[in-house]
Structures are given as structure tokens and as C-alpha cells.
Design a protein around this ligand. Structure first.
Ligand code: ZN
Length: 396
């Protein structure tokens, strides 16, 4: 089975806008209520609430006078909230996400229909009160509609993100297509090469200015008397800056990994020994700022959700020092040297671009070796197993 998603602009009528606002409100209320229950339960028992434990609270709430308006909401929308909240907890415990947060009505609003949404012409038909909503579907949806998330942006636009499933397996038909190599760097966070094109993606150095701010706030905090009101206030301020830094970082990592996963079947990265590198003090802060290992984690789970492949190559592979044109290896290439000329073939290299090309090539080599011969790989019957294949590399 292949899974993929399509984003569709929706044009609800005035009545539907009201219905959607109701649903957003109910879903948000239920999320916050259930999250609160989870936090209480966690404090008491050290465990979260399961999805079914959350769902079992709903019938009673719908009978109580203060919360009977929950009945207005299509019940599966509320059950999706329970599912997403329990997943958010799992992701948190697996270190993939931050702790689930309370939802505010000032942010983007969304609800989820886990099933029974249908395409009717260029419109979408939702179960329950919402009904048929005018949409802009450019191509017929090629697959079975699974989950549909309806969202409203803060500027008031409506979208449906449709998760589709169709028969078939992800096939690496030609092992050189849709493969991207990524070099993770300091000057640029990520440098990618897809066989034709090299792209560079921002760095997180702009966070340095927040970091300075944080340091200042923390110093102020340290000077305040324990237990004083001023200390509490300073603590809150520092926490807010810290949260802003991690939000900006997390957002960047999610967006970039999503983009790379959408456009590629196979992603090749270096297996980083981040611990080893952090020991180098000069680099340390930049590295932790850049959150490489988190990024690889994001790539990994997004790829495996879609049956795609992450290939991790050995971190001792000399990706920077090898000429991607003639494979000549230079002895030394200090970090501050950003570009160099190959003494053997005379090719002029941008340091990071050259590394990304080499990483991609090494990934292809590992895949071809671990899949048998390169001819077999070209045959197209290779179905990557879910998860990382760095193990394949190790076992060679
Ligand atoms: Zn060369």
C-alpha cells in the first residue's frame, strides 16, 4: 500500500462556516479537557491516558448540561482528537516531539474526519452536519480516501488535507532516481544533492540572537531572590524565550524534512556521531542549535510512514575530502576551508556541495551492494523495508 496526501482548498458556505466553527470549538475544547485529564492522571499514576480511556469519558460529558453541546460535533471528529492526543504522547515519549500543548483559538484551527469523506465531482462530501463542501480538486483523487483534516488558517482560508491509500508498493525502479544526498553543515544547515541540483537550506544561526536574549534572561533570573515574585516573573520570561527558540527550530526541522520526503524516495545521510562532535567546544553550540539528530529522526519517521527509505552511511566515510569527480582523496581539509581545487583533476569544489554529491553516491553504492547486483536493483522489484537501512550497511 502506498500512502500520500493531497491538499485541497475548500469554499464553505456561510452556514458551513458556522458548522465548522462549532466543530473546531468542540474539538479544541475536548483536546484541552483530555490533555488536562492526562496531566492529572500522569501526576497520580506516572502514566498517560489511553485513547479508549479518553473516548469512554465522552458519553457522560454529552449528557451533562454544561457540556451537552458536544453533541453538535460529529462524534468521529472527537474520537480523532483522542487518537491524536494519545499519539502526541507516544511521540513525546519517543523523543520525536515536544510535550503536547493546550490549543488556543488564536492559532490555526483543525479537525479530522477519520473516514467516510467522499469525492463528489470537484467537491468533498463530509459525514454529519457539514455535508457537501465546495472544493477545488484539480485531479481526481487517485486512491481510497482515509483521513481528511479540515483546517482554517489564521487569515480565514479553509483547506482539506486528504490522506489517500492505494494499491502497490513503493518501488525503487531505477536506483538513481529520486535519491537525495544530504550533507549537514554549520554554515548552511543542510546541503542536498539529487543527482542534478544542489540546494542549500538556511542555518539556524539567527537563533543566536534569541540565545543571547535567553542568556541575559537567565542571568537576571539567577540574581533574583529564591521564592520571590520577581524571581517567578523572571523565570516565566526566560521560559518564554526558551520556548520560542525551540518552536522556531522544531518548525524549521519539520518543514524541511517534509519537503525532502515529499520529493524523494530515498534519502541518504551521514550517520552522525553527534556526541563525539559536541566535545569540540567551538562547534558545540552551533551543533546543538542545528539539531541534526532530531532532523534525521524526523526524516526517518516521515519516510517510513510513506514506505520510503533512509540510508545512513558510515560516518567515517570521507565525504568532504574526496573529489566527487575523480575520487582523489586529499589528506586534510580544515573546517574553515569552504572551497578547494582537486590536485588530481583540477575540479573546483564547494566543500559542502562536494560532500552532498559524495554522500548520495555512497548511498547508491550501499543500496546496490545490499540489494545484490546493480542490475537486480534496476529490475525494479526492490521493496524497501520500513525503517532505516543503515543496518544493511553495517552487515556488509
Ligand atoms: Zn578530482
Amino acid at each position: 500500500m502506498i500512502h500520500f496526501s493531497v491538499k485541497i482548498r475548500l469554499y464553505p458556505t456561510k452556514e458551513q462556516v458556522v458548522t465548522l466553527a462549532q466543530h473546531f470549538g468542540c474539538a479544541r475544547w475536548w483536546w484541552n479537557y483530555a490533555l488536562n485529564k492526562c496531566i492529572e492522571t500522569y501526576k497520580e499514576t506516572g502514566k498517560g491516558l489511553t485513547r479508549s480511556a479518553m473516548n469512554s469519558m465522552l458519553p457522560k460529558l454529552k449528557k451533562e448540561v454544561e457540556t451537552e453541546w458536544l453533541r453538535e460535533c460529529y462524534s468521529q471528529v472527537l474520537q480523532s482528537v483522542s487518537l491524536n492526543l494519545s499519539r502526541a504522547y507516544l511521540n513525546f515519549f519517543a523523543g520525536r516531539a515536544r510535550y503536547p500543548r493546550f490549543k488556543s483559538k488564536l492559532r490555526k484551527q483543525s479537525i479530522q474526519y477519520p473516514q467516510q469523506v467522499k469525492q463528489i465531482g470537484s467537491n468533498l462530501k463530509f459525514p454529519g452536519k457539514l455535508g457537501i463542501v465546495k472544493a477545488k480538486i484539480h485531479r481526481p483523487l487517485d486512491g481510497e480516501i482515509k483521513t481528511v483534516t479540515v483546517s482554517m488558517t489564521s487569515s480565514g482560508k479553509y483547506y482539506a488535507s486528504v490522506w489517500l491509500e492505494k494499491e502497490g508498493t513503493v518501488v525503487v525502479s531505477n536506483t538513481k532516481e529520486n535519491i537525495i544526498g544530504i550533507d549537514l553543515g554549520i554554515k548552511d544547515f543542510a546541503i542536498t544533492h539529487d543527482g542534478n541540483k544542489t540546494s542549500k537550506y538556511g542555518n539556524l544561526r539567527h537563533l543566536a540572537k534569541h540565545q543571547k536574549n535567553l542568556k541575559r534572561k537567565q542571568q537576571k533570573l539567577a540574581r533574583k531572590q529564591l521564592g520571590s515574585n520577581r524571581r517567578n516573573k523572571a523565570k516565566k520570561l526566560a521560559a518564554r524565550v526558551y520556548e520560542r527558540i525551540s518552536n522556531v527550530r522544531q518548525d524549521f526541522l519539520h518543514k524541511l524534512s517534509r519537503k525532502i520526503v515529499n520529493n524523494n524516495q530515498v534519502v541518504v545521510v551521514e550517520n552522525l556521531n553527534v556526541k563525539g562532535m559536541v566535545r569540540n567546544h567551538k562547534l558545540a553550540k552551533a551543533i546543538s542549535d542545528c539539531s541534526w539528530s532530531k532532523f534525521i529522526n524526523f526524516l526517518d519517521y516521515k519516510l517510513s510512514q510513506e514506505g520510503k527509505l533512509l540510508v545512513e552511511i558510515d560516518r567515517f566515510f570521507p565525504s568532504s575530502k574526496t573529489c566527487s569527480n575523480c575520487h582523489y582523496k586529499v589528506d586534510k581539509l580544515p573546517l574553515d576551508i569552504r572551497d578547494w581545487t582537486c590536485p588530481s583533476c583540477g575540479t573546483h569544489h564547494d566543500r559542502d556541495e562536494n560532500a552532498a554529491i559524495n554522500i548520495r553516491a555512497e548511498g547508491i553504492r550501499i543500496m546496490q551492494t545490499s540489494l545484490g547486483t546493480s542490475d537486480a536493483a534496476k529490475g525494479g522489484n526492490v521493496r524497501p523495508k520500513l525503517g532505516r537501512v543503515s543496518r544493511l550497511g553495517d552487515s556488509l
